[in-house]
Design a protein around this ligand. Sequence first.
Ligand SMILES: Nc1nc2c(c(=O)[nH]1)N[C@H]1C(S)=C(S)[C@@H](COP(=O)(O)O)O[C@H]1N2
Ligand SMILES: [Mo]
Length: 413
Amino acid sequence: VSTPSRPSLTRRTVLRQAVVGGAVLAVPAQAAPLEVPRWTSEPGGPFQSYGQPSQWEASVSRSVALPYADIAPGIGTANTPLERLEGTITPNGLHFIRAHAGIPQVDPALHRLVIHGMVRQPLSFDAATLLNYPMVTRTCFIECAGNSYQHSLSQPRQMELGDVHGLFSTAQWTGVPLSVLLDEAGIDPRSNWLLVEGADAVALSRSLPVWKAVQDSFVALYQNGERLRPEQGYPMRLIVPGWQGNLHIKWLRRIKATDTPTHTRDETSRYSLLMPDGKAQEFPFAIPVKSLITRPSYGQVVPGPGQYWISGLAWSGGAPITRVEVSSDGGITWRVAQLDDVPKEYSPVRFRVSWAWNGNPATLMSRAVDASGAIQPSHKEWKKTFHPTNRFHCNAIQSWSVDSDGTIENVFV
Ligand SMILES: Nc1nc2c(c(=O)[nH]1)N[C@H]1C(S)=C(S)[C@@H](COP(=O)(O)O)O[C@H]1N2
Ligand SMILES: [Mo]
C-alpha cells in the first residue's frame, strides 16, 4: 500500500491525493512524538457570522457551463462536483443549478403564489403566510432530465464525474404539502392536472398530474434547514419527489387546476423521450434507476496495487433501491455492495465495496436495482431503447477503466 509521499506521483496526482487518499485502506504510519503545531501553540481566529468550508477545500466547487456565454450569463448549468463529496446530502452552496432565464432575485414581500382554475376559491399566498402552514420534511434528490448528456452520446468523454453526471443533487427539503393548499382552494374533483409556473423571465411551466401533487408533492421553503437559496427558487419552489428536475418549478408563482394537461413548450419540444421510431414519448415523469461510482473516477489516480474502497451513489425515482452490484472486471462478475443506510424512497443511498487491485488494467462498473424490479441498463441497452439523438433520462451504466499506471478513463462497455 502506497503512502501519499510516493515519489513517482505527478503534481496532479498529489492534488488528487486528498480525494483518492480517502479510498486507500492505508496502513497507519509509525507513530513519532507529536510536534506542537502553530494552531496548538497560539489561540485560533475569530468567528464568521456565516461559515465557509476550510481554506484547504476551496477547490470543491461547482463547474459552470454557459452555452450562450456573455449573451445570457444566467442561462446554463452549474454542476455538483459529485466526485468530491461523500454521504448523500449536497451542501447548499454546491447544489446543482439549471436555469432557463437566469436567477431572479425575488423579493418575498412582493412575491405571490396563486392557485386558480378549477377551484372553488382562488387563493393567493405569500411566503410569510406559507411559513405558518403545516409542513413536511423530506430528503429528496433532484435530477435534471438532461443529466448525463455526455453519457448519452456514442463516444465516451474524458471529463470528471460531476461534469458528466453532476446535474444531480440531494437536500432535505421542508415545506407545505400541495394537498393542504389544494384542499383549501377546493379543487374540483374533475380536475386531473395542474399547470405549475415559475416567476422567472421564462415563466417555466409544466403539467403535473393531480394524483402526484396530492400524494407527496410540496412547496418547499427550506433547503437543508435554511431558507432556499436564490438559485434553488427562493422564496418557494415545487418539490415533486423522484420526478424529473424540470417539474420542480422554482420561484413558484402559479398553480392552475385544469382538466387536461396543457402541453407547454417544456413538455412538448423537450423533456420528452425520442423513441427509435422517431416519435416522442410525452410525460416521462419518474427518474429511472441509476448508480455511479464516484470514487475512484476519471481525473483521480489509483496510487498503486493495494486495497481500496469503491464508493458511489444509487437512486431511483420509481421505488427505493434494493441492491447495488459492482464489477471490477468489466461486467463479467458482480459483487453486491454494502449500503451506508436503509434505502428510502426518493433519496439516494451511498454504496461501498472493497476492491483488491493487483495493478492490472481493470474496469469498474456499478449497477442498481430498485424495488419495482427495474435494473440499470448497460450503455448498449440504453442506446437501443431510444432514438440515437435522445439525450434525456440517460441512466446507462457508467464504466471506469483503470490503467496499470492507475489513471482512469471513461469507457463505454
Ligand atoms: N422557474 C423555473 N423553474 C425551474 C427551472 C427554471 O429554469 N425556471 N429549471 C428546471 C430544471 S430544468 C431543473 S433540472 C430544476 C433544477 O433545480 P435546481 O437548479 O435547484 O438544481 O429546476 C427546474 N425548475
Ligand atoms: Mo432540467
